[in-house]
Structures are given as structure tokens and as C-alpha cells.
Ligand binder design. Sequence first.
Ligand code: NAD
Ligand code: WQD
Length: 338
Amino acid sequence: MKVLVTGGTGYIGSHTVLCLLEAGHQVAVVDNLINSSAESLRRVQELTGQDISFHHVDLLDEAALTGVFATEEVDAVIHFAGLKAVGESVQKPLQYYHNNVSGTISLLRVMDAFDVRTIVFSSSATVYGEKNPVPYIEKMDIGANNPYGRTKEQVEDILSDIGAADDRWHVALLRYFNPVGAHESGRIGEDPLGIPNNLVPFIAQVAVGRRDKLMVFGGDYDTPDGTALRDYIHVMDLSEGHVAAVDYVAATAGVHRWNLGSGIGSSVFDVLHAFERAVGHPLPYEVAPRRAGDLPGFWADPSAALADLSWSTTKTLDQMCEDHWRWQKNNPNGYAAS
Ligand code: NAD
Ligand code: WQD
């Protein structure tokens, strides 16, 4: 199958491109490089020995996107392209709705025009909001509590409506939990711009000497060690989940929703200590007040993905931290020095 990957130079996209190529698919990538570097794809080509056709195009530019579909014989789309910082989305909601929702509408219009109606969409566990009990199950009502999450919810609604109106659409809505880690080669990984928002990239930058210490947001949650629980998933497991999902939906019409998580809740201290084991020494930290908007704990019920896709996570928290550390140690400034 020829798969067009939007956002394919980004963190999860670049790992998924690698897994798609290794599974025997052909890949074309569209990205506007607003939060990534094309160096990631050069390295995926080096790791796989295969060519990837790259289009430096913004999804909002429907004419340019039409040009991409006119030159590539696309069978299916995996749609990662989007802005993803929760805090920034609160400050700049219009930018988030425009980029994430309008960008997706532009993509869907062009797909429809070219009779390409198979799509795998990057949704997020954040759509479950703050009212649902854990573990989260796909059939629960959703309701995100921030603009970023609402862009994901709105795109889920759009894709569900399209699927209901026209049975030629094949749609997968993938709700990811907390992706971390890197390809085991240490050649590709997460390369956040500026100060990392997320836990593991922040710890990795402390370990490599770019930050003084980790601030642990909240030590007084009602959890075993007082810090918040999340469902961390290795980016390679997540990427394999995309390959399974695109293969499944290519053959099965309708709208499908799957959690991609491990089903295990790990605390901030669990993650910090796993990273310390990978690095080989303790890392400086300080317990700070809770971060606004954070929940005490959430994790996936991953049984639907196991039943339908025969997919489940295989990698431990220690492996996630070892692989993340290898990437960070070998590339202290990410792709910048390349
Ligand atoms: P990322 O920022 O590394 O990748 C997103 C890519 O999309 C970037 O390369 C960026 O340049 C590109 N992009 C953004 N807007 C674009 C546009 N208008 N046109 C073309 N390209 C555009 O992020 P990631 O962590 O790889 O996340 C991929 C997807 O998964 C995102 O949609 C994100 O919301 C979703 N997601 C991420 C997480 C996470 O914690 N990383 C969790 C759940 C869901
Ligand atoms: C994990 C835990 C923090 C940083 C976010 C988005 C979510 C999804 C994944 C896209 C929390 C704590 C963090 C730090 C800390 N993204 N922490 N010190 O908040 O679960 O999810 O990324 O869809 O939508 O909200 O992930 O990695 O930011 O935080 O103590 O410097 O680590 O408080 O308990 P989160 P995270």
C-alpha cells in the first residue's frame, strides 16, 4: 500500500514511517516543518535503505496538497500533522482550531476529490477529559478540558459524521496515551523546540546537562507515592499500532476507535527512577506544586486494540527510558547539529 503520512517528519510520524517501510508499504510524507526537521526522514532512509518522497507542504494550502495527491498514487493516509502543546493551545486557541481542524478539513476535501477514503487519525487520551473513571474505554462519552483536546474531539466528530454519511470511508481514530522512547538505534527520537512540556523529554535534558533539575509537579496526589500516574507507551509500540490500524481499516469500512496504551499507570517517580537506571546515576529533582489542569491518574483499557488488531504493547518503562536516553545522549541538541 502507498501511505501518505502527514506530520511524518515529527516524533511519532518519523517512527511510524520507519515501521511502515519495514512492513513493506511505500511512504510519502507531507509536513510544513513547523515543529520538526527533515533530517529525521534522512535518517529513516539511512536506517531502512529505502526512499521516502517528501513534500514540504502546509495542510492548509489545499492547492499544494492537491498537487501532492496528483503526483502520488495514495491508497491511505495516516494523519499526524497538528499542533500539540496543551498550554499553548490555551493561549492561542484560534491558531490551534485553524491548524488542527481546518487543516484536517482541507486534507479530507482533497482525499475525497482523489477517491482516497482510508484515514488513520492521531487522537489523544486527552479527549476523555476529567469526568471519566479509569481505565478509559472507547465507548465512554468524551469531553476534553482544553482547546488542544477539543481540536482532537472536533476532528473525531467530523470523521464520525463523514463515515456515517458515506460508507466508502474507512476511518481509525487512535487515542494515544503518553508516547515516550525512541528507535533503538538512537538515530531518531523526540526533538522538542524550547523548554520541553512533557516529562520524559524534560528528564532527558536534565540528564544530558541542558536543564538543572526536574520539577515534579505535585507530590500530594492520592496515589501510592503521591505523584501523578500516566500510561507511558514506547513510540515503537505506538508506531506498530499504526501499521496494524492502517492494515485493518484498509480492509474494513466504517469508523473505528482504539486506545493505544499499555493499561499500566506509572508515577512520575517511577519514570524518574527508570530513567536514572538507564543513565546510571541519580538525577536532581524538586517537588513543586501541582500543574494546573493535570489529573491525578489515567490509563487505557487497551483490550479493544488487542481484540481487533492483535496489537498490544511489548516494551517496558525501563526500555522506554533506555531508548530515550540513547537518542538524547547521542544527539544532545536533537537534530540541530546535523
Ligand atoms: P510533532 O510535533 O513531532 O509532529 C507533528 C508534525 O506535524 C510536525 O512535524 C509538524 O511540523 C507537522 N505539522 C503541524 N501542522 C502542520 C500543517 N498545518 N501542515 C503540515 N504539517 C504540519 O508531534 P508528535 O508528538 O509526533 O504528534 C503527532 C500527532 O499525535 C499530533 O497530531 C499530536 O497531537 C498527536 N498526539 C501526540 C501525543 C504526544 O504526547 N506526543 C499524544 C497524543 C496525540
Ligand atoms: C506527565 C506527568 C506531569 C513535566 C500531555 C498532554 C496529552 C498528551 C500527552 C497529546 C504529569 C508530570 C511533567 C515536568 C512533571 N499529548 N510532569 N514535571 O500531561 O499526561 O499529557 O502529553 O495529546 O494531551 O496533556 O504528559 O508528559 O506533560 O506529564 O512532574 O516537567 O509528569 O505533572 O503528571 P500529560 P506530561
